[in-house]
Design a protein around this ligand. Sequence first.
Ligand code: SAH
Length: 540
Amino acid sequence: MSSPTPGIVYLVGGGPGDPGLLTLRGLACLRRADVVVFDRLIGRELLAHAPAQAELIDVGKESDRHPVPQDRINGLLVDRAVAGKVVVRLKGGDPFVFGRGGEEAEALVAAGIPFEIVPGVTSAIAAPAYAGIPVTHRTVACSAAIITGHRSESGQAEECSWLSAAGADTLVLLMGVANLPRIVAQLVAAGRPAETPVAVIQRGTFADQRVVVGTLADIADRVVTEGIRSPATIVVGEVVRLRERLRWFDRPDRRPLAGLRVLNTRPRHEAAELTARLAALGAEVVELPCMEMAPPDFGPLDAVLQRLAAFDWLVFTSVNTVTFTLDRLFALGYDARALGGVRLAAVGPATAQALHSYGLRADFTPSRFTAADLATEMGDVAGARVLLPRSNLIPPAPLPSQGRGEMLPLLSLRRGEKGDGGMREVRPDLADALNARGAIVETVIAYTVRPATAEPGALAALLGGQIQVVTFASPSALDGLATLLGDRTLADVLTPLCVACIGPTTADAARDLGVRVDLTPEEHTVAGMVDELVRWRQGK
Ligand code: SAH
């Protein structure tokens, strides 16, 4: 048997953190990787570019928290390539800037393995750039040295070499935070004025980048006071002063929600978008899921799914109705053919997208996402048999102006009525509208909504006065929070805080419960609510 065609190893620089700083060449290599061997500092988003079946090997740390030794990494690269694999060795920043990429390339040469180097954006230049500090600048600095601040076992030799570079106008030190007091002392002893400006950039280019500026005299203390930790890049030299004018990425006006702690009350599996949008604007987000979805009593749902062929239309009013209904249908042993004779309606784009993820296309989506529009635009439904899956308390009552942030689930309530479990009863708008047009509507409970179990840390943060803004994306979140609060009333707990509601239905529900509502966006989406919060903050 002939041996497999030899593979290849790409030593790829993954950039400093911001996933947009991967090169096109690096992306192309990742996309065709059989194996990705990656380091601790690699942004996880980059790994998502590798094919789903690629083998991902983390050599950043082993179970005992020590990194995998270099010779084992070299051996791994050689073994996989000998087996014919396309191997991407993905490294933080640039592979040849303190990345031990040179050693890995030497091992590949020794083993006769083909390889290519894909340079990356090094943190030595990118972290200062994201802090608004050019490492060279006309009339200010005409040279820059990249230096390791790590004291290697080679001791003496290492120190000599770094001080010889200390004559450059700008010094960029990597791996130096732990040794900062020694580094500044040696620089001052070597003749750098104590007032030379210094910046330390923690997690440069990441959303949570932090920058501390001082001088050789005080930077070591400042770094301790501010709690700056590795990975961080140290910049020494007059160029640091340019940050005052050139600061951009971490400018306060780009992070209008910095310093705010915001409670996200969405159900766990729907919390991500709101959290991401808030965090991108600098807010600290505390997730306290207030309700959760659970399967219903399957009896009625199963019975209706067994006679799906009797319906003309299956109308989905939320992503949850799609997932719970179809998951159950398939769990019963049916496949997509069971839907063959039934037309599918989706209330909005997110619901249609959910259908699409099951390989199904909606036959109908209304032009505007309201119950009335859905009912009228479906055409002649007189005599049509319509199945309307819903939750135990949530009606098919789509809200106006749902864009991409289509609210899930779609809520409405009948004032003053309490349903089971202290949650609200529903107003069956859509069923009414369809009935009025002569359709024969049957509803079935596809899932239940119930108050979530408390997240002790998040609840303590709310009760301990550590939260400034509470967001609600549905009336059931209010009901769920009321349940979590036990003896304390919502009004009591929320009065000192800013209360943001995604739309008028949720805001009405809040007022019904005695809660003052501070913000309701024009556009009833997660994005709209976040924009409104920014306007509120700026107006303060
Ligand atoms: N090859 C990498 C450097 C590896 S050495 C590159 O070219 O960027 C690891 C050091 O790089 C860290 O100790 C830190 O000093 C620096 N570093 C890596 N990522 C960083 C980041 N996002 N922000 C600031 N410094 C970073």
